[in-house]
Ligand binder design. Structure first.
Ligand SMILES: [Zn+2]
Length: 401
């Protein structure tokens, strides 16, 4: 019962979030890995396997080297990488260092990621993309097993890791790295919503002190550590300097926080200056916000769902009424045309009968006007008294009464 409720809440919040975030490819979010830095030098291009080098594309500071046959994808990734870098750089202000030249290794299948990794670095078997921030190298695969994963989203995620690594180095905790990368790739995941809803309803939020240690060995965006990091950093990016839900700060407090972190302040010093609170209090604030979002979501969203349902019913009723009206008008038209035809037929019959009568009574067999038979008067005044009618020859009245 409780799990059913959690699923329902996750579903409702997921539907709501579709209107507010970008949606990843049709097969869900990519699994990505932010590789830790070490002193291994950049792999010379000649060391890449020959069968995995064919398509090359450049845009700004980005070079994409892809498998033969992936020329179009390589070109697309190069141009979109440069745009993404510009967007990501807007979050890294105050002259924070930016990544230099970036090389992207593009392969079709994730099983080839270890083969295009820098020497001695490798790639985890579950990854679909890997960033090596210290080397300025990113590897991206287009599918894992039979599942296609949008390489643009994967590349954006890895570029964000690379840019944050260049700007802040290793001073950014893991949760901040993953949350920042999610800010710039925004892959949608129903499972992650379910994880967050479960934490809001059933508990299990990992404390800030434990968060970095609780990341799983294998990346899983639905895992609590990832889901928490994505949501917490998202909350910080939307928070103004003060705890005021109407003021999102236009990301400036968040940018100020990253800049101070990059300039050597501790995470609490940077948080105090940007948000007026130490990180632990901000974390508690986020925890309360998460609960209110997921606990109140059913009420708000069910109300919204009820409105949508009523609107749908009204629309269907209106369409039905319109259909009925059209059918009625069409019926009236048919009826009117039938009456017109009958009237015309009746008029035609009357005209035909009149014509028949006229023809029948005409001696000429065709005259339309038949004069009465003529009577010759032969000099007789028809107005004179007829003596035959008055045998007494008297003009006196024969009768009085
Ligand atoms: Zn990541």
């Amino acid at each position: 019962m409780r799990r059913g409720l959690v699923l329902l809440v996750a579903l409702l919040v997921s539907i709501a979030s579709l209107f507010g975030t970008a949606v990843a490819g049709p097969f869900g979010p990519p699994s990505v890995m932010h590789a830790t830095s070490d002193d291994v030098p950049r792999q010379p291009r000649e060391a890449l396997p020959a069968n995995l080098v064919g398509a090359t594309a450049h845009a700004g500071s980005v070079t994409v080297i892809g498998e033969p046959g992936l020329e179009d994808t390589a070109q697309d990734l190069a141009s979109k990488a440069q745009l993404a870098l510009d967007e990501i750089s807007a979050d890294l202000i105050d002259g924070l260092p930016r990544p230099g030249a970036i090389e992207v290794h593009l392969v079709r299948d994730s099983s080839d990621l270890p083969r295009v990794a820098p020497q001695g670095r490798g790639a985890p078997p579950w990854a679909i993309g890997v960033a090596y921030p210290d080397l300025g190298i990113i590897s991206v695969a287009m599918r894992r097993g039979g599942t296609y994963v949008d390489p643009v989203n994967t590349l954006r995620h890895e570029l964000a890791h690379l840019a944050l690594g260049a700007a802040i180095g290793d001073k950014a905790p893991h949760w901040l790295h993953e949350g920042f990368a999610y800010q710039h790739s925004a892959e949608f995941s129903f499972e992650r919503s379910e994880t967050l809803a479960g934490m809001a309803w059933l508990g299990g939020i990992v404390s800030l002190d434990e968060l970095d240690r609780s990341f799983p060995a294998e990346e899983s965006p639905a895992h609590r550590a990832y889901a928490q990091s994505y949501d917490f950093v998202g909350y910080l990016s939307r928070r103004g300097h003060w705890e005021d839900t109407d003021d999102d700060g236009d990301r400036w407090p968040f940018r100020r926080f990253l800049a101070d972190l990059g300039k050597g302040k501790t995470i609490d010093q940077a948080a105090m200056k940007a948000f007026g609170k130490p990180m632990k209090l901000l974390f508690e604030e986020w925890r309360a916000n998460l609960s209110s979002r997921y606990l109140l979501a059913p009420i708000g969203l069910m109300g919204l769902a009820a409105w949508v349902l009523v609107a749908l019913i009204l629309m269907l009723a209106w369409r039905r009424r319109r259909k009925q009206n059209r059918a009625r008008i069409a019926l009236w038209d048919v009826e009117e045309r039938r009456r017109d035809r009958e009237e015309q037929r009746a008029q035609a019959e009357v005209a035909a009968r009149l014509a028949a009568i006229t023809l029948a009574s005409s001696p000429a067999g065709g005259a339309l006007v038949v004069p009465p038979p003529a009577t010759r008067l032969d000099g007789i005044d028809p107005l004179a008294d007829d003596p035959a009618t008055d045998p007494h020859g008297s003009t006196a009245a024969r009768l009085l009464n």
